[in-house]
Design a protein. Structure first.
Length: 668
């Protein structure tokens, strides 16, 4: 043996011990570890249960840094580091590409230019090459590094490179990473994306302590070296600025910690400066109605103080975001014309409007927002959740295009009757569910009705995996199925507070004389048309409706009467068919196949090729044996490109069936 690297242990065969079968070597190690742990427990020395926080690279360094950081002086420069692990299975690869594109979007540099990726060795890193190297990786790490004094850096690149050098030293491996700096918020920050592989190609596992605190401490050390520790004057200025802030501050946390069981606290401080802070903040809270002055320097804090202040801070951030977007779009609005769309409100209704801006509400959690000019004459901030939700009914694109017209509706979570039926059928049949079992359990049920329950299970399996389907097509339903469904619905609300549907990617002016069933037509013939206010975007919509009515009359689709304009029956279908035939003619040349129109009640069998976006809506291109047809598109087709599909036309919708038989997946 020349050195440690050439040492290779060779284990011989394990001999039989008595009449017992030989225990595997790993089993013997685990047994010895369990025995040692039980001995420690008997001596009263055992700590909390195993958490796995010390598994992975950087575990030892992380513990040291966490201990150091917990006792550090308040003069340390603060750095916020948000870390996340992203699994790349399924759509993870495409989502990663979309994430990189979004990080490089326009307007993120100091000059308002698109962000540019950089790496260890230089600027202008090829994002496609980075993604190609990560093809097949199990996971990926994402970090957001935001120094509190980031505004004092002309360029964050040197800081990011030095930080990643320190991280590589701590982890003992070279990392494959790219980064991009953002200066489009009040706190300049750096996004760092790290492949989940070490330099030898093995999966990179980071200890929890190092991810949650170790990297933050390393970043704070570097900022301290660059800018020096915070001076007493800087710390006092920062605390004084918190007195009048309408958000949860460090002073509030200190007051909450000092309050007694009755939520009472005194303005007396440990020093003159501390008393000034406490007295000033308590007076501010009293003006906000969040503290009651009891006299003698004593106050009673509101029971929901922390939650209310967090909400006020979020609202202030939203207002600043809207004002920034209005300035960028040169579309000024008075403060009274701004609103925050709350889908959880009991009176929340559908919102129709034009997209003014789209951005990230939470860059760490990858949650997005839209600013929408509504037909009600107000501009709305709408939190839309994660990027898998877009204006294209399930299209995984990163977001809405500016100027698109969308309809937003709140998502209502709750237990469905289908969930209770599934649980009841499974409970009576050994925890299994399928269409045949359902029909035997309830002879009055139809096969089509039972298929709606299968679609519900399939949706839950695809998104959260809370149910399992056997190869035979039967579903395994656990005894706590309804509890799992309740958790599933709550998780959907966090990731999907609203549904966003595209009405048109074209501006209003281009729609007036378009031979297609535009969204204005559908609203005008609707039994419950949207309420339009003669202000802002609503004023533009009212003018467009008048011009569209005149065009429809000229084309023979409507008639003028004393009571107003009356629309011909079947107008929407006729307009949609005009556009369909026009687009089909263009596709026929591309596919080298004739077009065959699908009739009501006809079964459509063929291969799904791709979606086709028409003004009248999104359609699916289905290639059949001798021709092709266009039928209404549904999100369930997204994973069926190039596969055989079968469906039954039902008006403006279609019932799709996939799988091996009646009990296979079926959607409508």
């Amino acid at each position: 043996m020349a050195d440690d690297d050439r040492f290779e242990p060779r284990l011989g065969r394990q001999r039989q011990q008595g009449n017992r079968a030989p225990r595997r070597y790993l089993g013997r190690i685990l047994a010895a570890a369990n025995l040692a742990r039980s001995g420690i427990a008997r001596r009263g020395l055992a700590r909390a249960g195993f958490t796995g926080s010390r598994i992975g690279r950087g575990a030892g360094v992380g513990r040291v840094l966490v201990g150091h950081g917990g006792y550090r002086a308040s003069s340390r420069r603060r750095v916020i580091v948000k870390a996340s692990i992203v699994k790349l299975a399924g759509k993870g690869g495409s989502a990663t590409a979309a994430h990189l594109r979004y990080l490089q979007r326009d307007g993120t540099t100091r000059e308002g230019a698109p962000g540019a990726l950089y790496g260890r060795d230089g600027d202008g890193v090829d994002g496609k090459a980075f993604l190609a190297r990560g093809n097949g990786d199990r996971h990926q790490f994402r970090f957001i590094v935001s120094p509190e004094d980031g505004h004092r850096y002309d360029d964050l690149k040197p800081l990011a490179r030095r930080l990643m050098d320190r991280v590589e030293e701590d982890l003992g491996t070279r990392l494959d990473w790219v980064a991009v700096d953002h200066f489009n918020t009040g706190h300049p920050h750096t996004h760092i994306v790290v492949r989940g592989k070490d330099e030898r190609g093995a999966d990179l596992i980071l200890a929890r302590d190092y991810m949650t605190a170790g990297i933050r401490e390393r970043a704070a050390e570097l900022v301290d070296l660059d800018l020096g520790p915070r001076t007493e004057r800087e710390m006092q200025q920062g605390l004084r600025a918190e007195i009048e802030q309408e958000r949860l501050t460090s002073i509030d946390r200190a007051l909450l910690k000092a309050a007694d069981d009755q939520r009472e606290v005194t303005s007396t401080g440990r020093s003159a400066f501390d008393q000034t802070l406490r007295a000033g903040r308590l007076a501010k809270l009293a003006r906000l109605g969040l503290a009651e002055h009891l006299g003698g320097g004593r106050y009673r804090l509101a029971p929901d103080l922390a939650e209310t202040l967090r909400g006020m801070g979020e609202r202030g951030d939203i207002i600043r975001t809207m004002q920034r977007e209005f300035t960028r779009a040169a579309a000024a609005r008075a403060p009274a014309e701004q609103a925050i769309y709350d889908p959880a409100a009991p009176d929340a209704r559908r919102l129709v409007g034009r997209v003014l801006a789209h951005g990230l509400a939470d860059e760490h959690a990858d949650r997005h927002y839209l600013v929408v000019d509504g037909v009600d004459g107000r501009s709305h901030y709408v939190a839309i959740g994660k990027p898998s939700l877009s204006v294209n009914d399930g299209d995984p694109g990163m977001g809405a295009v500016r100027g698109a017209i969308v309809a937003i509706e709140p998502v209502r979570a709750g237990m469905r009757e289908a969930d209770r039926t599934i649980a009841a059928v499974a409970a009576a049949n050994g925890g299994r569910y399928d269409v045949d079992t359902h029909l035997r359990h309830d002879p009055t049920a139809t096969e089509r009705f039972a298929q709606t329950h299968v679609r519900r299970l399939e949706a839950m399996r695809r998104t959260k995996g809370i149910v399992e389907r056997e190869p035979s097509g039967r579903w395994v339903i656990s005894p706590d199925h309804l509890d799992r469904v309740a958790a599933y619905e709550k998780s959907l609300l966090r990731d999907r507070p609203v549904t966003v549907r595209s009405l048109s990617s074209q501006p209003l002016a281009r729609l007036i004389e378009m031979e297609a069933a535009i969204w204005i037509d559908r609203e005008m013939v609707s039994a419950a048309p949207m309420a339009v206010r003669d202000a802002g975007f609503g004023h533009e919509v009212l003018e467009a409706q008048q011009r569209r009515r005149r065009w429809l009359v000229a084309q023979g689709f409507a008639e003028e009467a004393e009571s107003g304009v009356s629309f011909r029956q079947g107008m929407i279908a006729a307009l949609q068919r005009r556009e369909l035939l026009r687009v089909a003619g263009q596709l026929a040349d591309e596919l080298q196949l004739p077009f065959g129109e699908a009739a009501e009640g006809e079964r459509v069998d063929g291969i799904y090729r791709r979606p086709a976006d028409l003004v009248s809506g999104r359609f699916a291109v289905i290639e059949r044996a001798r021709d092709f047809t266009l039928v209404p598109w549904r999100p369930v087709l997204e994973r069926q490109v190039g596969k055989s599909v079968s469906g039954l036309m039902r008006g403006e919708s279609i019932d799709w069936s996939f799988g091996r038989g009646r009990n296979g997946p079926s959607v409508s």
